[in-house]
Design a protein around this ligand. Structure first.
Ligand SMILES: *[C@@H]1O[C@H](CO)[C@@H](O)[C@H](O)[C@H]1NC(C)=O
Ligand SMILES: *[C@@H]1O[C@H](CO)[C@@H](O)[C@H](O)[C@H]1NC(C)=O
Length: 508
């Protein structure tokens, strides 16, 4: 043991003795006022304006609604907070920039918001998110949808940066024309393997809005725990959650949906069936299949039982409740990783195969899905894992598992994956135009409230930019922008980890 230890140390020392010049300072200096994700079109001019909350007037010129007024208040709070955080670091010895600088164009007088159509109540698939932003002394933000206005206000706050002596917020003259490349830009959060608190879920939604992500895919239950509190079947969480306090009540879920809606984020619940349902069986063992070993001895419960009518009666009632609670048309019903061996091991299933002329146990999966999909309410759209058929719309997530870690700034691996190339690589039969977006996935085997924020952010920001529009690789400039964006998230209470290496954020 001792010799091995010494040997490894020598090897380590040898590896770092090559010529390696280190310069002082951060590895990637943060950009100043760069929008993340990078907008489709942007022009930046040299003249700049100063933010003064006593002077700036935000005018909602056309349609208005609470989502809009809340977002305006949040944006102003962000700007004031930037100044407050910077205040202890003001450098009084630095030259006074504004007074003797002829590129200074005076204070920002107004931002006029033109929402040209009435607000929609809930974000939805295919919602309009494009916006135009013109920065001048009298600035304008324009969109035909409330969701575009939200994206534009987010960009607007990103454009502000601190003056060199840090006592003022500046914004450069310029224009932004922006729209997303993909309609579905999601983050999956697994709250079954570890329970994630409400306060962290709300913070995750805040961070998603900062990154213009628009789908919170809530993988709410799984084999290990059932934290969804059902009104119709309260025993599911009373017995199936890790603990009676580690649950999401109806009110909790409504809070999440409302917080998300105010940020233009859809909430898609996932109830993965017929596999990944062991925790359901604590309260309802009859739902699940009995599995047997080779000697025919009972060994435990497996996937849902697809040959009992009572399974479908139950699912219909549960889905009915879930679909009444979530305004989203889409519901994820999983369908992945079913233990076929358990179905195969059960003598009842063998009889069923013979009586119904099935060719193999895999047919039970098709049978289950065929019986389950019609149980969903009429205009709902089911989503399942791993369907790679040419005729289906596709949400890409394979290369974006946030639980896969590498050393250093491993966000670049997520950033450099383009869904089109990857889907092309999987099968030539798939039309890449069927890709409607993608999701970063935070499977929670080894994350909980202690580390989820730093595991997700800023690594999911890489996916967010890729899905919004960036089509090239993670260049030096992208690193510098992510440096700024991470400090920005930190300043807004998101415990994002340093993205790429040595560096600093002031005041957070
Ligand atoms: C934004 O500006 C572009 C170019 O002028 C224009 O084509 C587009 O319709 C504008 N979009 C909105 C939402 O106003
Ligand atoms: C199964 O196949 C046999 C022979 O082809 C046929 O007689 C029988 O009706 C079939 N049973 C069912 C349930 O389809």
């Amino acid at each position: 043991m001792f010799r091995l230890f010494v040997y490894l140390n020598i090897l380590g020392a040898f590896l770092v003795t090559g010529l390696h010049i280190v310069e002082p300072g951060p590895e990637y200096p943060a950009s100043k006022g760069a929008i993340w994700p990078r907008p489709q079109m942007q022009s930046i001019e040299i003249p700049y304006y100063k933010f003064d909350s006593d002077i700036l007037e935000i005018k909602v010129v056309d349609h208005d609604c609470p989502i809009l007024s809340n977002a305006v208040q949040r944006s102003l709070a962000v700007l004031r907070e930037m100044l407050r955080i910077a205040s202890p670091y003001v450098n009084r010895n630095a030259p006074q920039q504004v007074l003797d600088d002829d590129t200074y164009d005076g204070p920002l007088k107004s931002l006029s918001i033109y929402l040209t159509s009435p607000c929609e109540e809930y974000p939805h698939f295919g919602m309009i998110e494009s916006y135009n932003l013109t920065i001048a002394a009298d600035s304008t933000l324009r969109s035909s949808s409330i969701w575009g206005i939200l994206r534009g206000l987010e960009s607007w706050t990103h454009l502000f940066h601190l003056s060199d002596n840090r006592d003022q917020l500046h914004i450069n003259k310029g224009e932004v024309h922006d729209f997303p490349r993909y309609a579905h830009r999601g983050l999956l959060v697994d709250t079954s393997r570890h329970y994630i608190s409400m306060s962290n879920i709300l913070l995750i939604l805040d961070a998603m809005a900062m990154n213009k992500m628009n789908v919170f895919h809530w993988h709410i239950v799984d084999d290990q725990s059932f934290p969804y509190q059902s009104e119709r079947f309260p025993d599911l969480s009373r017995l199936g959650a890790y603990h009676e306090t580690l649950i999401y009540t109806k009110e909790n879920i409504q809070t999440v949906i409302d917080h998300a809606r105010n940020r233009g984020i859809r909430v898609i619940p996932e109830f993965d069936v017929p596999g990944h349902t062991r925790s359901w069986g604590v309260a309802k063992p009859d739902l699940l299949t009995h599995c047997y070993d080779q000697d025919g001895d009972y060994v435990g419960l497996g996937p849902m039982n697809p040959i009992k009518d009572s399974t479908y009666t139950f699912l219909q009632e549960l889905f009915h409740e879930v679909q009444a609670l979530f305004p989203e048309r889409y519901i994820h019903i999983g369908g992945d990783e079913v233990d076929l061996d358990c179905w195969e091991s059960n003598p009842e299933f063998q009889r069923y195969i013979q009586e119904h002329n099935l060719t193999s146990v895999a047919d039970f999966h098709a049978l289950f899905m065929r019986n389950t999909i019609p149980l969903l309410s009429e205009n709902s759209r089911p989503i399942v894992w791993q369907i790679l058929r040419a005729s289906h719309q596709l949400i890409y997530s394979t290369g974006w598992y946030l639980d896969h870690l590498n050393t250093g700034g491993d966000w670049t691996e997520f950033f450099n994956k383009d869904p089109r190339d990857l889907v092309n690589g999987l099968s030539k039969d798939i039309n890449v135009d069927n890709i409607v977006g993608g999701e970063a996935c935070m499977w929670a085997e080894v994350v909980n409230d202690m580390n989820i924020m730093s595991r997700v952010w800023p690594r999911a920001s890489a996916v967010a930019e890729r899905l919004w529009g960036h089509e090239s690789q993670a260049t030096y400039q992208v690193h510098c922008r992510l440096e700024e964006h991470t400090c920005r998230m930190n300043a807004r209470g998101i415990h994002a980890q340093p993205p790429s290496g040595p560096g600093f954020c002031l005041g957070v």
